[in-house]
Design a protein around this ligand. Sequence first.
Ligand code: ADP
Ligand code: MG
Ligand code: MG
Length: 906
Amino acid sequence: MTEKRVYTFGNGKAEGKADMRNLLGGKGANLAEMNLIGVPVPPGFTITTDVCNEYFEKGKEKVVDLLTAEVKKSVEHVEKLMNCKFGDPTNPLLVSVRSGARASMPGMMDTILNLGLNDTVVEGLAKKTGNERFAYDSYRRFVQMYGDVVLGLKPVNKEDIDPFEAIIQKVKAERGVKLDNEMTVDDLKKLVTLFKQAIKEQTGKDFPTDPMEQLWGAICAVFTSWMNERAILYRKMEGIPQEWGTAVTVQAMVFGNMGDTSATGVCFSRDAGNGENIFNGEYLVNAQGEDVVAGIRTPQQITLEGSKRWAKQQGVSEEKRAAKYPSMEETMPEIFAQLNEIQDKLEKHYHDMQDMEFTVQDGKLWFLQTRNGKRTGTAMVKIAMDLLAEGEIDEKTALKRCEPGKLDELLHPVFDKEALAEARVLTRGLPASPGAACGQIVFFADDAAKWREDGRNVVMVRIETSPEDLAGMSAAEGILTARGGMTSHAAVVARGMGKCCVSGAGAIMIDYKKKTVEIDGVVLHEGDYLSINGSTGEVYYGEVKTKPAEVTGDFAKLMALCEKYSKLVVRTNADTPRDAEIARSFGAVGIGLCRTEHMFFENEKIKAMREMILADTVEGRETALDKLLPYQKQDFYGILKCMDGTPVNIRLLDPPLHEFVPHDLEGQEIMAKEMGVSVKFIKQRVNSLSEHNPMLGLRGCRLGNTFPEITAMQTKAILGAAVQLKKEGFNPMPEIMIPLVGIVNELDAQEAIIRKTAAKLFKKEGVEVDFKVGTMIEIPRAALTADLIANKAEYFSFGTNDLTQMTFGYSRDDIASFLPSYLEKKILDVDPFQVLDQDGVGQLIKIAVEKGRNTRKNLKCGICGEHGGEPHSVKFCHRVGLNYVSCSPFRVPIARLAAAQAAVEE
Ligand code: ADP
Ligand code: MG
Ligand code: MG
């Protein structure tokens, strides 16, 4: 009864396949699958993700024990297919050791190439291939990677360059050469010696000579890298559970560094930035994989078309391009044709855009990886709509392919055309990830994060980025790099994050120590403003103005598809006509929550409001309310008009009154004068309004029930505006919502006032308007007695902010003192104010919907808390049968997509 821990592949056969990614990781599963469909892949084997968990439970020694027999057998399997032997001094097999989790985490974990070399084997490799230079180039790369990843030789300070890179630069300088390939075989040998010395000096460790020992070291290092800081951070950002673990793939090496008939590259079956159906990618002649991604040498384009576009962006003439930067289509036409054919085959096989890695060894093409490519929000939408149009996927799949959260990018502002025309272009780089970004320059990831926390927008400027920079990149508005192509780390990660990025802007000169960047003769310092356009690659001086995005083209097509499938409709939370208009342009079909208190803060309004609150008689309050009435009516007029023909749910005054009164002496003096009373009187009134727990005090319908004249005034304002609009030929659909009801009597009393006021008003005006009276369900007692409440309420709106607050007993304003620790200790998985707690709060919603509809069969139910725009919560709302969700304007498209997905996932 032995558990299978290792799965082999090679020569058109495989023990795994594509749908085993949970066990073999994405990389391992797809390597197996590519074998099965006839794509050339070097043979190898994959150790399962389960072993990763075992590794952290049982420890290194135990796991090596458990694996030994299977790994040995699998190495023999590869030896047989490759016709050479691991560690053999005359005919050696070299392998790569690669990581691969269920979800792709590009560059987050470690890879080691050329494993199996030592001082004797390298001589054998040189003889076998007749290429000493290649053998030692591979050896120095191996010592470098192994020294970094397994033995841990890293830079000491953030300003320092990589210690291996420092040695390379020293050797090159001594020899007076510039490029890596200008180094002689002796130089490469020297590098190996110096690398090993540096490793020994700094880490105290000897470089292992036994290939099997090297292999175990590398396998364990890959498992260990699952828990490195950047991998943990990446998982957190992407919501990848730790338990998934990484698989380890050990694979026969194929060599892209064997000379001019060898190469390595990365390619995409469609454009990952804008989604266009154009095969594209980059390659480097005589190089190994990591060179392309690391941005050390700027790679060349694979297709001729791409190469020409690149030259144009970089301002390189056609002659120079053809001579110095030719495309693979030109330099290796046959290989290019094969590559093109296979990329198409893979895309059709997976029915999605593929991101592929390949190597050419001495004129033979090998595939090393394929995966569904990471893409920007724009590309996500375009690719889904295109694949649908091409008949590759159906409508439901197209909907599922789009991540709701990623639509956010399409709603980001874009550069204002006029401002752009006036802006000064400093230089151009590659349009690595689209979007508009503007912010203050920072050079280091930790600074980017810090500045962001202080509320500043930053653009991170770097020579190149590495996985350590992840947190900084995520904090920045955009990223600008001097080196690296469209498949560099910066570009790939930025696209995954939907962050604007310009890469490979060769004309910028960065000085990390001085914290300056010189572009086109202009020296910019940390903190200076810079704008970058990730769609064109342009870099602008200073701040360039932006404007809001629009829903058009493929985005509009996707939204139409959402409408076709979703049952839940999406409204918006808006307090102003401006917000309402934006939301409507994003497809909101009504207002789910219009709060009235925000309307009171402007100059004259706040004075009248304060006068109302500070008055101590009914008459005093009524006088003040009379002053407020026209303002309120005007506000409601604007919103109802803007949302003509759609329901507008207006909540009556809700917050504790002390939020409105002046707490400073100056404000109190003004109010005293205004009302013709003493400052002392004002002070006393302010003091008398202070409460120990204002959120549980005099607020919500308790206000309207204590001071019915407020409810009457607000009703007059709402319905007065509606009457006026109706007279003007509009179709206003007001809904009046009573907040914070816990007992049906509270609602009863308020409703009576509203109906009475309405009747009087309609009679006076000679016009009637249809309106509804409903309530917010935000107190657990209301949910539990929803059958009684539904006798009075014509609709329910779940106020999940308060409902969460009261169900958990967490004060939303004080949660910061314990939430981080709760999350860290896993007492809570997520912040319940962001993601709806389905078990507890959700249970109350479910009960209330059921009970409410028992009383009133067609009771309309919606949600208006922050959760209304959070995809998981939206899907929950669909499942419990709500009629609508309501969210802030910029989340409307996200909620619409989530609602459609909920419907097609059923
Ligand atoms: P990552 O997950 O960071 O992309 P990979 O495991 O894909 O790491 O390795 C990075 C690169 O190393 C690959 O793109 C490829 O170019 C090179 N590589 C990996 N394994 C081999 C191999 N067996 N032969 C040649 N190159 C390899
Ligand atoms: Mg890697
Ligand atoms: Mg890879």
